[in-house]
Design a protein around this ligand. Structure first.
Ligand SMILES: [Zn+2]
Length: 388
């Protein structure tokens, strides 16, 4: 049995230009490594109408519980203008202790570190199961990826107890930050119907603009809340106000506004939408309006203290840093996984992700493998079956 070198595995995956939603063999590379160390791999291609077909990989070592899951993605964002890269994005060049390439930090480097950690854990004995949930659709619409894999897992009776998402959560240095939750996000369109007419005869028309503005003001003030444990206050930001009217002497028939809300766990999508209706009708009683609200993820906060402190102390014992428990940043697949198990995000430094010249330090990739291995070792010691 050869040992998995996390840097070489990351390089092999980076050389497969898996720009979302394409795979280009990235999952084959990963599957081969996992199979070599004893994982049973299940590939699943999902093709839902209206979205690209996506290749995904579910891997499992062991049959018993507890089940520790690691989630990640092999798809990457496009490289952008190639001439801007100081080293080609898909050649995985190593120079001066740094691995360069698209996906080095987000997140092929992290996945490779976990595979190396899993191998170490398996060699020293795992009292339970290790599962990998790897999608090729995290950077895209996220329809045929983790969400569908979780459906499949439910129907196949594949359950997990805890999940570590390997997104690059570290801020400046490896280990300075873990993510323990996320704000929710909701996109809304509010439109008010009036009656078109001549500006000189307003009595014959009904102007939709004043009620729309009153509604918008009422939505923004007073603030939705003043924050929630580890979360900033929820924030509603108008992004567009629009009547589509080019004439100076016409009262428009309709006016609409778009806004986005980033919300903390004081709200669910449903309670938030009810609050929007309450404020709108109070601001302009009787006005005919339509509100469309689409939530792309509910807010959540992981409260499993034992799991979080296990990760935190493993990070601290290896790096000397006490990671900040953060809820900042954009969405990740943790928003889906949190529905089936407590989830925490910890991975490489995210400074260069989605940028030109994405990179990860070799020392960080190796250190991350060590931290992941320690997490696995302590997890099965703490959550595994008590030994006689
Ligand atoms: Zn990512």
């Amino acid at each position: 049995m050869t040992t998995i070198d996390p840097v070489e595995l990351a390089r092999a995956m980076i050389r497969r230009p898996s720009v979302t939603p394409r795979d280009e063999g990235a999952l084959d590379v990963l599957e081969a490594a996992l199979t070599r160390i004893g994982f049973v791999c299940t590939r699943m291609v999902f093709a839902e109408e209206g979205a690209d077909a996506v290749d995904n990989l579910y891997a499992r070592w062991g049959r018993g519980g507890p089940v520790f899951a690691y989630a990640g993605h092999t798809d990457v964002v496009p490289p952008g203008p190639l001439p801007d890269w100081s080293r080609p994005p898909f050649e995985a060049i190593v120079e001066d202790g740094v691995l360069w390439g698209r996906g080095a930090a987000d997140m092929k480097g992290g996945i490779a570190a976990f595979v190396a950690a899993a191998e170490r854990a398996i060699r020293s004995g795992v009292d339970g199961s290790i599962v990998l949930i790897i999608t090729g659709d995290e950077e895209g619409p996220a329809i045929n990826g983790t969400r569908r894999m979780l459906d499949w897992m439910a129907s196949a009776g594949e359950r997990i107890d805890h999940c570590l998402v390997g997104e690059p959560s570290s801020n400046e240095r490896l280990g300075d930050m873990i993510k323990v939750g996320r704000r929710g996000s909701m996109n809304c369109v509010l439109s008010v119907a009036g009656r078109q007419g001549h500006v000189a005869y307003p009595q014959r028309a009904q102007n939709p603009i004043p009620p729309l503005l009153k509604m918008l003001l009422a939505l923004s003030e007073p603030p939705l809340d003043d924050g929630y444990e580890r979360f900033q206050p929820s924030s509603l930001q108008a992004t567009d106000v629009h009547a589509g009217n080019t004439a100076h002497n016409v009262i428009p028939a309709r006016a609409s506004a778009r806004f986005n809300i980033r919300f903390n766990p004081n709200w669910t999508a449903a309670s938030l939408e009810a609050e929007l209706h309450r404020r709108i009708t109070a601001a302009a009683p009787g006005a005919a309006y339509e509100l469309t609200a689409i939530c792309s993820g509910e807010a959540f906060l992981t409260t499993d203290a034992a799991f979080l402190s296990l990760i935190e102390t493993a990070v601290r014992d290896r790096t000397g840093l006490t990671p900040e428990r953060s809820t900042t940043g954009g969405t990740s697949d943790a928003r889906f996984i949190k529905n089936i198990a407590p989830v925490c995000e910890f991975g490489l430094v995210g400074q260069s992700i989605h940028k030109i010249d994405e990179h990860a330090s070799l020392a960080d990739i190796k250190a991350l493998a060590g931290i992941y291995a320690l997490i696995l070792e302590r997890y099965f010691a703490a959550f595994g079956a008590p030994r006689p």
